[in-house]
Design a protein around this ligand. Structure first.
Ligand code: GDP
Ligand code: MN
Length: 338
């Protein structure tokens, strides 16, 4: 019973039955999560908070992905936490295995090397498959064929604030391609060749680069030819599936994949998504969801000035962001958050 009124704001009309939530104007969107059976507890924690803060009002379906079938326990326990529909999908084998052009021996050597130097989870075979799936395959899963928008959710994360509008309608109505919430500087030793390969791609495919693309915020201030390693923290994403399905991103993903960087190095989906968004979307179509309080492990974001809406305490860093760029300004340079 959410309706758009003539001022293009969203009003609640109590007289209409709930079923109109599923009306023809509703974005085709889902909450998606790649998760293991063993992470059930963590998944339940993330779900409880996101349902309470947002989805109980909007009833978007949950779609869970796994490289093996979900257990009955996983399905029952997650279904019990929402009145929205839940779907459980297995990732196709060919989206989660070594492609034939990868030299297995060389991959094993790099696992050992990444383990020795201590690049986070770089010694796990599954972590490489996971990063590659999140970079180039999730949006190709057959079950997502009829969907346009997704919100990525991980187990064991926190959502601190009430969200009182439909974020998917917001994305669609404002023609946004990608929404983020935090930026980080990841371990650059996990992707030593990523920047040079990306620059080579951009040179060879200049026709695919968006005319309003801006890579300036990704450059090292002292040496403008180097990547500053700033990246969207991709465990939180609200985005357009069709953006990833576009020609630019597909060509870019295949370019990286053929070079073997998901296995010989540990290309993460965070830097890959960041570079792709920077090349194929104008900055005006990238949105900072500064109003959504969020935590993943030690990284967290607590929006100030949302009195009574959040169960977190803004830090001085949170406060400083908001002094730097006031809440009312429509857009904010992603680099400001790194
Ligand atoms: P980190 O955030 O980079 O430390 O990586 P995580 O270990 O949190 O993994 C990222 C996401 O992928 C999480 O949602 C995990 O549940 C999921 N994931 C990672 N590895 C696997 C795997 O082997 N199988 C499945 N089904 N999910 C995985
Ligand atoms: Mn994680």
């Amino acid at each position: 019973w959410l309706e758009e009124n003539s001022n293009n704001t969203y009003a609640v009309s109590r007289s209409l039955p709930q079923i109109s939530l599923l009306g023809r104007n509703r974005p085709r969107a889902a909450l998606i999560s790649l998760v293991r059976n063993s992470e059930l507890e963590g998944m339940m924690q993330s779900m409880r908070q996101l349902e309470f803060r947002w989805n109980r009002k909007y009833q978007y379906p949950w779609i869970f992905f796994n490289d093996e079938p979900f257990t009955e326990e996983f399905k029952t326990s997650t279904r019990n936490l929402t009145s929205a529909k839940c779907y459980y999908e297995v990732v196709p084998r060919e989206h989660w295995s070594l492609p034939e052009w990868i030299d297995e021996g060389r991959f094993m050597n790099s696992l050992e090397y990444l383990g020795t130097i201590g690049v986070g989870k770089g010694w796990m075979v599954s972590y490489h498959h996971m990063c590659r799936w999140n970079s180039g395959f999730f949006y190709k899963h057959p079950f997502l064929k009829n969907y346009d928008w997704y919100w990525r959710v991980e187990p064991d994360v926190h959502y601190f604030c009430d969200i009182d509008y439909d974020v998917f309608r917001f994305m669609r109505d404002n023609n946004m391609k990608y929404g983020f919430n935090m930026n980080i500087l990841d371990d650059a030793r996990s992707f030593p060749s990523l920047w040079t390969r990306t620059m080579a791609f951009a040179t060879a495919h200049s026709h695919l680069i968006h005319p309003e693309a801006d890579l300036g915020w990704l450059l090292e201030p002292t040496n403008g030819n180097e990547y500053n390693n700033c990246q969207f923290f991709s465990n939180f994403e609200i985005g357009s599936l069709n953006f990833w399905r576009g020609e630019g991103n597909e060509a870019y993903f295949n370019w990286l994949d053929k070079a073997g960087g998901f296995y010989y190095e540990r290309f993460g989906d965070a830097p890959v998504h960041t570079l792709s968004v920077a090349m194929f979307a104008p900055k005006s179509e990238i949105w900072f969801f500064r109003d959504i309080g969020y935590q993943h492990d030690i990284n967290h974001h607590c929006p100030p000035h949302r009195e009574g809406k959040c169960s977190c305490q803004p830090t001085s860093m949170d406060e400083n962001f908001y002094k730097l760029v006031p809440l009312e300004s429509p857009q904010r340079k992603p680099a400001d958050t790194c």
